[in-house]
Design a protein around this ligand. Structure first.
Ligand code: HEM
Ligand code: HEM
Length: 252
């Protein structure tokens, strides 16, 4: 986004902030989730490079060991992240990424019934249907890579065809993912979320509205809780605390 667009966006944001006193950034991924993502990216890249360096020959001993080692390290990284990282955050994000809800079903049904009809986007949760489908496809292609890779290794590289096919599928899926993350103008504002942990509120509102509402709700609950045993009258707390958030409490 160029500076000109940022300038253009500013008035809208300051109008919102005037009411809510909220930051224009919203936290999206914690350190554990981000470290795990980039660890997987690195190890996947290492597997891809060592694989390409081997070519269809499985004889190259050290390269093959590195190749398999990189894939094993994906699993090790996930385990370490779950054991010493923020397990709750990782499990929660994984759950939101892998479980299809009513929104997804309604969206897919609409698409199947009227494929050419442009419809309003639902207020998505943390991830939209496309991201969930891509996540499941990536899991499937990773399973296929491991399955065909193990077979190719036990046959000494004679069963390389299926492994190459799995590589092509995984790379195509990842090209789509990387295109969305760094090129596509409407989705690339998600990138700061995976790098720095936060995204712009205006973008979150447009693309993950239900998720944003949930984040804000947790914020309100948190402030409410930290001010739970109110000993002094609310006037003394001034601009701090729950009064900063004139949002009605909703039950979840
Ligand atoms: C992220 C997972 C993986 C990726 C991206 C990957 C990628 C590749 C690539 C690009 C090649 C070069 C030749 C070809 O295209 O087939 C290759 C070859 C090979 N890979 Fe993998 N691989 C993965 C997992 C595995 C695993 C888990 C094993 C075995 C346990 C394995 C065993 C082999 C073997 C034996 C070869 C050489 C013979 C062949 O091409 O099949 N790979 N891999
Ligand atoms: C240079 C390469 C990559 C970039 C720039 C990138 C960027 C991103 C970004 C920005 C998100 C957050 C999306 C959001 O906030 O909704 C994300 C999510 C994710 N990434 Fe990547 N990624 C890369 C490579 C990979 C690789 C290699 C894998 C797996 C093998 C992967 C798996 C995922 C998954 C499963 C998610 C969860 C949500 C989603 O699919 O959007 N990414 N990535």
């Amino acid at each position: 986004m160029g500076p000109a667009t940022q300038l253009l966006e500013a008035p809208e944001e300051s109008r919102q902030d005037h009411h809510h006193h909220r930051s224009q950034w919203v936290p999206r991924f914690g350190a554990s989730e981000r470290l795990l993502h980039w660890w997987i990216v690195t190890m996947f890249g290492a597997a891809l490079l060592t694989g390409l360096a081997m070519g269809d020959e499985a004889e190259s001993g050290p390269l093959l060991r590195l190749h398999v080692g990189a894939v094993v390290m994906i699993g090790v990284g996930a385990l370490v992240a779950l054991l010493v990282g923020n397990r709750r955050a990782i499990v929660r994000s994984a759950w939101e990424l892998l479980v299809f809800d009513r929104n997804d079903v309604a969206w897919v049904t609409g698409l199947v019934r009227h494929p050419l009809h442009r419809r309003a986007e639902p207020r998505w949760g943390k991830f939209n249907t496309g991201q969930k489908v891509l996540a499941w496809s990536l899991i499937g292609s990773l399973a296929a890579l491991i399955w065909t890779g193990v077979q190719s290794r036990s046959s000494g590289g004679d069963a390389a065809g299926p492994h190459s096919a799995a590589v092509v599928i995984a790379v195509v899926l990842l090209c789509a993912h990387i295109f969305m993350a760094v090129v596509n103008p409407s989705t690339r504002p998600a990138l700061p979320g995976m790098v720095f942990g936060r995204v712009r509120r205006t973008w979150a509102e447009r693309h993950h509205g239900a998720w944003l509402a949930e984040v804000d709700q947790v914020d309100v609950d948190h402030v409410d809780q930290s001010h739970a045993p109110v000993a002094s009258p609310p006037t003394s707390s001034g601009a701090s605390g729950a009064s900063r958030y004139p949002v009605a409490r909703r039950s979840r």
